[in-house]
Design a protein around this ligand. Structure first.
Ligand code: 0O2
Length: 211
């Protein structure tokens, strides 16, 4: 009997993960549509790449445990907002805000939270724009809103975050403070570089003819 209950629970978990996966596909399609339209209008792609992931069961378990919450399906939905995560990597900072606004203003999307770590970087130097949204998925019997975390960053911010992530999840690093300071310094350089690149693009846009 216990085994049967476990089998049911495993199936329910699988269904929940399927729903998060569908929510990711919905958001991905929305972004692809925006990319197609904007690349025709502006002659450039507003984003360079998209990375998507569903949190692994172990990582879901660990995050719930760190919040002191039991591993149940209700708790996953209630306490975690990044089971479904999508990262949009843009060349330019202004494209980040433009894309995020276009997505947030769609009438089937609910924005639960907007965290602007570009305007207010984290202590570590981390920069990105985060949106926690709810997107509807249409199932055979019902429509369900699923949470998705969308992170918008520039290529340079993504490069920085990947390296910093490596350090964060390593234990007993020598010279951790020196490395952290170095990372903070590099985050500022990256910010200056991003702004410079945008200014150069604006100058190029303003001059010459496009065919
Ligand atoms: P991972 O391993 O990338 O999945 P939350 O932790 O989500 O309950 P919080 O802390 O308010 O709530 O979320 P926050 O700070 O908005 O960040 C969520 C995600 O942003 C993180 O997920 C990271 O992916 C990224 N992030 C935030 N701060 C940093 C940082 O200083 N450095 C790097 N490299 N990434 C960061 P996870 O689950 O923490 O980690």
């Amino acid at each position: 009997e216990n085994l049967l209950k476990m089998k049911d629970q495993a199936k329910d978990f699988q269904i929940l993960m399927m729903k998060y996966d569908c929510a990711l596909s919905e958001v991905r399609t929305k972004l692809d549509v925006l990319n197609k339209e904007l690349s025709l209008i502006n002659n450039r792609n507003p984003f360079e790449a998209i990375k998507m992931r569903i949190k692994t069961p172990v990582s879901i378990y660990n995050k719930l445990a760190s919040k002191g919450v039991e591993f149940t399906l209700d708790n996953i939905n209630e306490h975690l907002s990044d089971v479904a995560g999508i990262r949009v990597i843009c060349s330019f900072v202004d494209d980040i805000y433009m894309l995020a606004d276009c997505l947030a203003n769609q009438d089937d999307i609910k924005v639960l939270l907007r965290k602007d770590y570009i305007e207010t970087p984290k202590e570590s130097g981390y920069r990105s724009l985060h949106l926690i949204i709810e997107v509807p998925i249409f199932l055979t019997q019902e429509k369900e809103y699923m949470k998705v975390e969308v992170q918008f960053r520039t290529i340079a911010m993504d490069f920085w975050a990947s390296l910093e992530h490596k350090m964060k999840y390593k234990k007993n690093i020598e010279n951790q403070e020196v490395i952290s300071d170095d990372l903070k310094f590099s985050a500022d350089l990256i910010n200056q570089l991003d702004l410079r690149m945008q200014q150069i693009r604006e100058k190029i846009d303003a001059s010459g003819d496009t065919d």
